[in-house]
Ligand binder design. Structure first.
Ligand code: HEM
Length: 405
């Protein structure tokens, strides 16, 4: 039977793709194709990546202009099974064999896979479903994807593109060129399917190819991270290399405990913290450390300041402390005990201690936890020094000395 290219469901899917709204409700909630004729084809075609298409397990056919049937794009890509096979083949032959791209799948090669992370199989099913939803033939995230081999997360619920690539606990720090290489691998596997007239399983038109490529490229903002190395292997963000939230708090605690409160001059500024009880409205050292770590985290665009109130039951007057602005913390004229009268020399000494503890982390190439580059060190130092006007009080002594200096 002769089939003509459908301008029905398949092209609507392509339009959806072209508009780069693959996950909008309009694109994803319609899982039923208007089947007019049972597909009499759907087998046989092979994708460029080697996965077999065909099967047409989901979706139906649309009536062609001549009364015949035309397979939807989803069907020609092999439906659910075919798309999964296609993704599996691309992942296994092009992504996991690429020296750089494969390093991003560190969770998948860990044994066991850390809780909350999908196995390669679960990613493949989610990915296939993602494309299926863009073609209006499947729903994303849909039901949890089962893989008993992923012992910590045997039932994984597919996440949004942001959560899967740069959400809490999954900061892949993907750069632009790596994204392009990944999409390029998919495109290279789709390319051999392009035919002038695509009517059968395993065939797509140039326009459909372009729309698919555009839809994938449209995910770039959600998948990549600003400031990530464009190419090369996975490198954790600076925030993660500094140990994330817990690591930064521990670092600040180390600076405070080892240097600040043991410095004869600097420690005198923390008179509220050594009072019993700490006067109302003032943070404990622990609360200061959490706020400080969060402040640096926010400067690295990985945390929010002031964020949630910081708990410390031992600070009886203020067991729940909301981090304040730098001005309010150091020279708020209206809050008793918040006029710290910090001068230039005191500020410089304080920053000097932080720099002293950061310095040993500097490495020519910083790729792992506990490593930072000279450039990153300089940027951190500049960010801290940039607070000088907000922290210091004009007229306070420029020379190091005890409070009230
Ligand atoms: C258009 C581009 C992309 C799409 C549509 C896409 C889609 C997906 C999907 C559907 C998942 C599974 C959802 C989930 O984890 O809940 C996933 C996970 C993942 N993707 Fe992508 N992806 C894209 C680009 C990339 C790139 C460029 C890389 C690496 C270079 C990458 C690496 C990963 C990794 C490692 C995971 C698993 C994360 C984890 O361990 O928690 N993806 N992606």
């Amino acid at each position: 039977m002769k089939r003509s290219f459908s301008v029905g469901r398949a092209s609507t899917g392509a339009l959806c793709l072209a508009l780069l709204v693959p996950l909008s409700a309009a694109c994803s909630d319609d899982t039923s194709d208007t089947t007019t004729t049972k597909p009499d084809s759907g087998g046989g075609g092979t994708t460029g990546g080697g996965g077999t298409t065909g099967g047409g397990t989901t979706g139906g056919t649309t009536a062609g202009a001549d009364g015949g049937t035309t397979l939807s794009l989803y069907q020609r890509l092999g439906g659910k099974t075919g798309l999964e096979m296609f993704v599996k083949t691309v992942v296994e032959t092009k992504v996991l064999t690429d020296a750089d791209l494969k390093t991003f799948f560190f969770n998948q090669v860990a044994s066991p896979i850390p809780a909350g992370h999908p196995s390669a199989l679960q990613i493949e099913v989610c990915f296939g479903r993602f494309v299926g939803a863009a073609l209006m033939a499947d729903t994303y995230p849909g039901a949890a994807v089962n893989d008993p081999a992923n012992t910590n997360t045997p039932n994984h619920t597919c996440r949004s593109m942001i959560d899967a690539h740069k959400g809490p606990g999954t900061m892949l720090n993907i750069g632009s060129a790596n994204f392009d290489k990944f999409v390029g691998a998919i495109a290279a596997s789709l390319m051999p399917l392009v035919k002038p007239t695509a009517t059968k399983a395993g065939e797509i038109t140039q326009a459909e190819f372009d729309a698919l490529a555009a839809a994938l490229n449209g995910q770039k903002m959600d998948v990549t991270t600003t400031g990530a190395p464009s190419s090369g292997p996975f490198v954790p963000t600076l925030y993660d290399r500094l140990g994330g939230k817990a690591g930064l708090e521990a670092f600040v605690k180390g600076v405070v405990d080892n240097h600040i409160v043991s410095d004869a001059n600097l420690k005198t500024f923390f008179f509220n913290q050594v009072a019993t009880p700490i006067p109302a409205g003032h943070p404990s050292l622990k609360q200061i450390e959490v706020c400080f770590g969060r402040f640096v985290g926010a400067a690295l665009q990985a945390d929010t300041y002031p964020g949630a109130a910081v708990a410390d039951a031992t600070n009886t007057n203020t067991p729940s402390f909301t981090c304040r602005s730098m001005v309010d913390s150091h020279k708020n004229a209206t809050v008793v005990g918040s006029q710290l009268h910090i001068g230039s020399g005191t500020f410089d000494k304080f920053i000097g201690y932080i720099a002293m503890d950061l310095q040993p982390l500097i490495k020519p190439t910083a790729t792992k936890a506990g490593q930072i580059t000279q450039g990153e060190f300089d940027a951190l130092a500049a960010a801290l020094n940039g607070q000088k006007a907000d922290v210091t009080t004009p007229g306070a002594s420029a020379t190091l000395g005890p409070f009230p200096n």
